[in-house]
Design a protein around this ligand. Sequence first.
Ligand SMILES: Cc1cc2nc3c(=O)[nH]c(=O)nc-3n(C[C@H](O)[C@H](O)[C@H](O)COP(=O)(O)OP(=O)(O)OC[C@H]3O[C@@H](n4cnc5c(N)ncnc54)[C@H](O)[C@@H]3O)c2cc1C
Length: 183
Amino acid sequence: MQIQNAGTLGGNLCNASPAADGVPALLSLEARVELRSESRTRVLPLSDFLLGPRRTALAAGEILSAVLIPDVSGQGGFLKLGARRYLVISIAMVAARIAVSEGRISAAALAVGACSPVACRLPDQEAALIGCPVAAAVSAIDAALILPVLAPIDDPRADAGYRQIAAVELLRRLVGDMTGAAR
Ligand SMILES: Cc1cc2nc3c(=O)[nH]c(=O)nc-3n(C[C@H](O)[C@H](O)[C@H](O)COP(=O)(O)OP(=O)(O)OC[C@H]3O[C@@H](n4cnc5c(N)ncnc54)[C@H](O)[C@@H]3O)c2cc1C
């Protein structure tokens, strides 16, 4: 019997699971979180809020009171691999935000989850995509630019090697879908 049928984005972030599905998409959107206590309000980039598995920068007495998403350019996408389609902890998931101008990628933000203690952006792969013609975007996805950033573990869902292959393949598929739409 299903024991939970609702969840919040705030809970997803404060839980700080490496497999939290909300995190890669929010990283690709440059999200920040607002933290509030009785005495103060502060804002942190999401990447500074998540410190490790089950660890956040929340101080005693603080709650996460808002997720702030700037007006960034581009189209967003998300792809998740699990042992089944829904209600499953991700083996790997990827998010992307891509903007296209005159047939070339003008902005790229890529993030991978469940393949490192905290979901992470891929700065070298992002840089390699910028300026790339959309038709060449999938072939510009390069494991050598992605895997050094990741640190996947073996667990009952998948071993580290499988997660590495999955992350690169998910990125190829997602970027292919998104740039195909842009074409
Ligand atoms: C059957 C099932 C399926 C699931 N599937 C997925 C899935 O597919 N993908 C996924 O990412 N997760 C999944 N989860 C995990 C979890 O339910 C989600 O991450 C959900 O978004 C958590 O939100 P919540 O509001 O239920 O948080 P809670 O579980 O109520 O809270 C999580 C933690 O964060 C704290 N917290 C919550 N909100 C705040 C806040 N605003 N400020 C400060 N602290 C706060 C709580 O005190 C608690 O310690 C699943 C869980 C179950 C039980």
